[in-house]
Design a protein around this ligand. Structure first.
Ligand code: FES
Length: 546
């Protein structure tokens, strides 16, 4: 059951954790007792095929337990000891598609590329790199082009963040030629640093990288390619180019094999970039027969809705709150971050990454925390903290004691102060407002797209949640606060970093590049802020309710 809660670590107590090693990826994680193997795989960045929503009926999530090789359903198996797990290709959400599209050995880019580069490379390895340039995070993956294997992955904070943490600020910085050149230089340096890192991890030389597949939102795509972005900052927000580009690494300043090629795929529109094209490709929106909503949460929330014949997309200016920014104690999903909050008897319990004293809260923890506060009546549907007397009358004493005043504002104390002088992790009234703005933007976008299609949220047959932190969100919390439409929870599937998976398909396969081009052109972009009902829908969507 992806994302379903099994047990919690108390704010001060500790729950047993076990090590799980996933092969052949070689990824090792630590997870609390009772978590499912689907949860553990998600934590390791491996997205399993969970067609039945974790009900144990489709058999698609079957993995092998070592050393006996016993076959178990990952959605049903709860972790009670250290484990070694082998994940076959057919249990993976993306791998079979990559195999189908890229590695069939007869057609496709990968074979062409190996042949094309073999003469230069001789017997040395021939690798490719995928880069997903997010507004906040940049993720690079090194791929062996001979067999499509993912060899190493690295991520970094987008170094452009110091010039502003959202696309609007970056666009205004890049209005001058000098500003654009500066932003371009820092992202190229950043990507080169990631290339160096993955090469070091894999023990190869950067010259072994011949092909790159780079995706990002339209602003990131344009800055990377040195295209003007001024027009992205003013209505009607047109892209300078929505086309795919193939360029030499040296013309872009990338330190990989000079004889190689850098591919950027099609953008959909000014605010729907090649990362969304790649994500939609990865989850087969081009052939979707079920009414599907793809929600990709990053600094902006990108939505793609429909079926293969009718696809709409919108971008929601969610801001970086769901990634932990602009939240008083917010942080990235790293060690010491609260990643989940649950009601535990008469108090709350936390799950903290690394099982240590928490020092921050990440996006999934924030969604949970707001859902829990709303459920307990500590905040009302408008997001306002109830006063102390109200909380005392309707909540238990341990919960009521967590309501404090901080700098003249009500706040909720999630964790105690640490022994080493660490401050308590709190959620303030302003944090709740930031959260409401972010989730309200996504919910309003969803409602307006549903209206375009003439359907209601309940009519959705699949809700696919993508984004780096998707696997950690509890669907019940996301539905409770209205971040996701109110559908039965088994219709919600986590698809991990779909943009990165799509970038990998584009790296490996000619056929995927052709599909992506058609897909990008078939998606109708909706500028939701220009919809006549936008203000009304947005203010309704600020409410903390399904
Ligand atoms: S059987 Fe596990 S997801 Fe369907």
């Amino acid at each position: 059951m992806p994302g379903k809660w099994r047990c919690a670590v108390g704010a001060t107590g500790s729950m047993k954790h076990f090590r799980v090693v996933f092969e052949p990826d070689g990824r090792e994680i630590s997870i609390h007792q009772g978590a499912t193997l689907v949860d553990a795989a998600g934590q390791a960045g491996i997205v399993l095929n969970t067609s039945c929503g974790g009900r144990g009926t489709c058999g698609k999530c079957a993995v092998l337990l070592g050393p006996s090789g016993r076959r178990v359903l990952a959605c049903q198996y709860t972790i009670q000891s250290d484990l070694a797990v082998t994940v076959p290709a057919e249990a993976r959400f993306y791998a079979h598609k990559i195999l189908q599209h890229g590695l069939d050995g007869t057609t496709g880019l990968q074979r062409t590329i190996v042949d094309k580069y073999r003469a230069i490379a001789g017997p040395t390895p021939i690798c490719g790199i995928t880069v997903d340039i997010g507004t906040t995070t940049v993720v690079a993956g090194l791929v062996d082009l001979a067999d499509g294997r993912s060899v190493a992955t690295r991520a970094m904070l987008n170094p452009q963040t110091r010039f502003g943490d959202d696309v609007v600020t970056r666009i205004s910085y890049a209005e001058s030629e000098a500003g654009l050149a500066r932003l371009r230089a820092v992202i190229v340096d950043g990507i080169n640093e990631l290339i160096e890192g993955v090469c070091r991890d894999a023990g190869i030389d950067a010259d072994a990288i011949y092909e790159a597949s780079i995706v990002g939102n339209t602003t990131m795509n344009h800055i990377f390619l040195g295209f003007p972005v001024r027009q992205l900052g003013q209505a009607p927000y047109h892209a300078h180019s929505v086309d795919a580009h193939d360029l030499s690494p040296s013309s872009l300043g990338l330190r990989m094999n000079a004889a190689g090629n850098v591919h950027t795929c099609e953008n959909v529109a000014g605010f729907i970039g090649s990362d969304t094209t790649a994500a939609a490709l990865a989850v087969d929106m081009d052939s979707a027969s079920q009414r599907t909503l793809l929600v990709d949460i990053g600094t902006n929330g990108e939505l793609v809705l429909g079926t293969s014949g009718q696809l709409y997309a919108a971008s929601c200016a969610a801001g970086p709150a769901l990634e932990g920014a602009r939240i008083r104690c917010g942080g990235r999903a790293a060690e010491g971050a609260i990643e989940a909050v649950v009601i535990d008897n008469d108090d709350i319990a936390l799950d903290v990454i690394g099982d240590i004293q928490p020092h921050s809260i990440c996006g999934s923890g924030l969604i949970d925390a707001v859902a829990v506060l709303s459920q307990l009546g500590v905040v009302d549907a408008t997001g306002r903290f109830a006063d102390v007397a109200e909380v005392r009358s309707r909540c238990s004493a341990p919960v009521a004691s967590r309501l404090i005043e901080l700098e003249g504002q009500p706040a909720f104390r999630l964790s105690d102060e640490g022994r080493a002088g660490q401050v308590a992790v709190v959620l303030t009234q302003k944090d709740i407002r930031e959260f409401q703005l972010a989730k309200g933007a996504i919910q309003a976008g969803t409602r307006l797209l549903l209206a375009k299609m003439g359907i209601d949220g309940e009519d959705l047959e699949r809700v696919l949640l993508a984004g780096a932190f998707g696997n950690y969100i509890r669907p019940a919390s996301a539905v409770r606060v209205g971040l996701l439409p109110n559908v039965p929870l088994e219709r919600i599937h986590f698809v991990g970093n779909a943009a990165a998976s799509g970038a990998r398909m584009l790296l490996l396969s000619d056929e995927s590049r052709t599909t992506a081009a058609a897909l990008a052109r078939s998606i109708q972009y909706v500028e939701i802020a220009h919809e006549s009902r936008f203000s009304e829908v947005f203010s309704e969507a600020m409410l903390l309710s399904p």
